[in-house]
Design a protein around this ligand. Structure first.
Ligand code: ZN
Length: 77
């Protein structure tokens, strides 16, 4: 299982976020919130397949528009 705390590997646990809204107003040195959903980690991980799919989607969004524009110019005049 990929580390859900790494950027892009997971997302904030919605159960913890709801509790933090009322219990925790600090941005740094946040106390642990006991949670049955994420076991107190505060993050839920994507599966490896979801991580790959999201990475490909982002690469397509960021890098491929210019490539596809060139291809369409060649193919369609
Ligand atoms: Zn949680």
């Amino acid at each position: 299982m990929a580390d859900p705390t790494l950027h892009g590997n997971g997302y904030a646990c919605p159960a913890c976020e709801m509790r933090r809204e009322v219990e925790d107003k600090t941005q740094i040195l946040r106390p642990k919130v006991p949670c049955n959903v994420c076991a107190g980690l505060g993050r839920l991980g994507y599966t490896e397949a979801e991580i790959v799919a999201r990475t490909v989607e982002e690469a397509r969004r960021v890098y491929w528009p210019e490539f596809e524009k060139r291809i369409s110019e060649v193919c369609h005049g």
